[in-house]
Design a protein around this ligand. Structure first.
Ligand code: NAD
Length: 467
């Protein structure tokens, strides 16, 4: 493994800061060039990225295209299409008391930003924030996850050679390298990963008053009632849960339903697993593996927390765990205490809708909640009474493919959001620009001392109304 030498890190950041100060990254033309080159890299070297993702996670080529490579290309296309509009200053109104004057909101780049990525979508989550950072005219340091080493290596090899080296750097490394990075001053830190490290990042950022976006995880619930066709609901749950072998931040973590619904749902989930992945999932090239032994052992230790409806087989050598559905899981079981982040789907019985809502509201706010119900009143209660990063009716995961929907968490599942135009806004400062001619002078006769009785009357009676 070739990590970046820690003593090089201050120089790398200083170099980027110099380029930013020179104005290298500001022109629209530069931003377009970078995005276009990144797009070209993803397309030209797609097979290499697919191989790396297969090496790190056993990811199928089609899934790699769907959730990582093609996803990024679509994001770049969206940014290129809208960039001119996003960059354009926005004229806003001014109150009567200020007139004559003009007011504009002018987006400007923040400076040098740091993007820290996790291992589960190691390409997409390293580069997706960078698309926003470059579109907004920033210089960026990318810190890929050391736990997806093949992808991290490829990013480090290819990205600096493709993009403008003066403004984009990749730092390879683990905790010591990231710690050294966090000692530097950045203008924004964009972190995706778990909440424990999210807190470390937020602490470090506070020392420099650096704003942060924290894209974290949590236990995203799914609720199913019998107003929907259960076989279709089961298929969507299986798809959302077992893509990337369950290692997806917005995967449905567990399913809530009444005993009778769960009794009917469990065999349908088993059918859906067979339909999507066949019966010998260890041989199936469409099904990924667990990232490493530590995660494998943690996941296998949950298998006793319920009755196996489907799956359960696992193999430490190949880091394989079958897509597994567990029934009769108690609310206090270990599997229900932390984010599962693997291919185990526990079914947890509730008495009714109220019980399900109370259960979810009583826990940390999740990154997503999924509701499978065709009853409008049920949907409305989920929308009104629960808080989560996103809410999906009838479909898991897919909200993150709509560029106009903010993608991010709330509370324990994170702060800040991105995708589409928001990715541009996250990495921009919205500067308020006010221009008022010196003549006619409307200020001296109204708000400046000496305060005469007439001015006093004006301020007390009229100014409030004119503002
Ligand atoms: P990880 O272990 O790869 O860590 C993420 C990054 O933090 C890595 O780059 C790593 O080097 C760095 N890091 C780890 N320990 C550190 C420390 N002590 N100090 C400084 N930096 C450190 O990934 P992970 O955290 O295991 O990722 C899984 C978590 O991420 C899950 O909770 C998942 O839900 C969440 N996640 C969230 C999103 C989202 O978009 N909201 C997406 C993917 C994953």
């Amino acid at each position: 493994m070739s990590f970046t030498a820690i003593d090089r890190i201050p120089g790398i950041v200083a170099g980027l800061r110099y380029s930013f100060a020179q104005g290298t990254t500001r022109p629209e033309q530069w931003r377009r060039e970078q995005l276009t080159k990144l797009r070209g890299l993803l397309l030209d070297r797609g097979p290499d990225f697919e191989r790396a993702l297969f090496e790190d996670l056993g990811k199928a080529g089609t899934e790699a295209q769907l959730t990582e490579i093609g996803f990024l290309v679509a994001e770049i296309d969206h940014a290129l299409q809208h960039l001119a509009g996003w960059m354009r200053p926005r004229r806003v109104g001014v109150p009567l008391a200020l007139q004559p004057a003009t007011a504009r909101v002018v987006p400007e780049p923040l400076g040098v930003v740091l993007v820290i990525a996790p291992w589960n979508y190691p390409l997409m989550l390293a580069l997706s924030p960078v698309i926003g950072a470059l579109a907004a005219g920033n210089a960026a340091v990318i810190k890929p996850s050391e736990l997806a080493p093949a992808t991290a290596r490829l990013i480090a090899q290819l990205v600096p050679d493709t993009l403008d080296k003066r403004a984009v750097a990749v730092v390879e490394g683990a905790v010591p390298e990231t710690t050294a990075l966090l000692e530097e001053r950045f203008d924004h830190i964009f972190y995706t990963g778990n909440g424990k490290v999210g807190r470390i990042v937020a602490h470090a950022a506070a020392d420099n008053l650096t704003p942060v976006t924290l894209e974290l995880g949590g236990k995203s619930p799914a609720y199913v009632d019998d107003s929907v066709p259960l076989a279709e609901a089961a298929k969507r749950l299986v798809w959302g849960k077992f893509m990337n072998a369950g290692q997806t931040c917005v995967a449905p973590d567990y399913v809530l339903g009444t005993r009778s619904v769960l009794a009917r749902l469990a065999p349908l989930l088993a059918d859906a697993v067979h339909e999507l992945y066949g019966s010998a999932t260890s041989e199936n090239p469409d099904y990924g593996r667990i990232v490493n032994r530590a995660q494998f052992d943690r996941l296998v230790s949950y298998l006793g927390d319920g009755d196996v409806a489907v799956g359960g087989a696992h193999d430490a050598t190949s880091l394989h765990i079958d897509p597994t559905v567990l029934t009769h899981v108690s609310r206090d079981a270990r599997i229900m205490q932390e984010e599962i982040f693997g291919p185990l789907l526990p079914l947890v019985a509730v008495d009714d809708l109220d019980d399900a809502l109370t259960f979810v509201v009583g826990r940390d706010k999740p990154l997503a909640a999924y509701v499978f119900s065709d009853d409008a009143a049920v949907r409305e209660r989920w929308e009104r009474e629960t808080s989560s990063g996103a809410l999906g009716f009838g479909v898991p995961v897919m909200h993150l493919t709509a560029p106009e929907l903010p993608f991010g968490g709330v509370g324990e599942s994170g702060m800040g959001a991105y995708h589409g135009e928001l990715s541009f806004r996250v990495f921009s400062h919205e500067k308020a620009v006010l221009a008022k001619p010196l003549r006619p002078d409307t200020l001296a006769p109204t708000v400046m001392p000496p305060f005469t009785a007439a001015k006093d009357g004006l301020v007390r009676k009229w100014l409030r109304k004119l503002l």
